[in-house]
Design a protein around this ligand. Structure first.
Ligand SMILES: Cc1cc2nc3c(=O)[nH]c(=O)nc-3n(C[C@H](O)[C@H](O)[C@H](O)COP(=O)(O)OP(=O)(O)OC[C@H]3O[C@@H](n4cnc5c(N)ncnc54)[C@H](O)[C@@H]3O)c2cc1C
Length: 77
């Protein structure tokens, strides 16, 4: 990703908005397009997070805390 690139993200739920943050922070010009903003499913979510029934366990032990830290830092802004 190069600063100044133009990126279009379709969807304004948690998936689309999270996807949009990363290139925006890298300096890209990000345009979010969606039928409804914010996403209806994301508005209903309880915001619980955890690795449940995910394999292989040895990789999840590394990936899980890393993903949780990234998600937390994104929500703090
Ligand atoms: C009651 C409930 C509780 C939940 N609780 C949790 C929880 O505690 N923890 C958890 O991890 N998950 C939870 N979930 C699941 C979680 O909410 C969803 O997996 C997540 O919100 C999906 O996000 P999304 O961005 O993919 O979809 P959405 O939030 O539905 O966003 C989709 C976006 O795409 C747009 N779009 C779709 N089609 C088009 C199109 N053709 N053209 C333009 N735009 C389009 C929509 O307008 C919207 O902006 C819950 C779900 C429900 C219903």
């Amino acid at each position: 990703m190069t600063a100044g690139e133009r990126v279009v993200v379709v969807g304004a739920g948690v998936a689309g908005l999270t996807t949009a943050v990363v290139p925006a922070e890298a300096g890209a010009s990000v345009h979010v397009m969606a039928e409804q903003a914010p996403g209806v499913t994301s508005l209903a979510a309880g915001a619980m997070w955890g690795s449940y029934l995910v394999e292989p366990k040895n990789k999840v032990l590394t990936f899980g805390p890393s993903a949780a830290n990234t998600s937390s830092s994104l929500t703090r802004g």
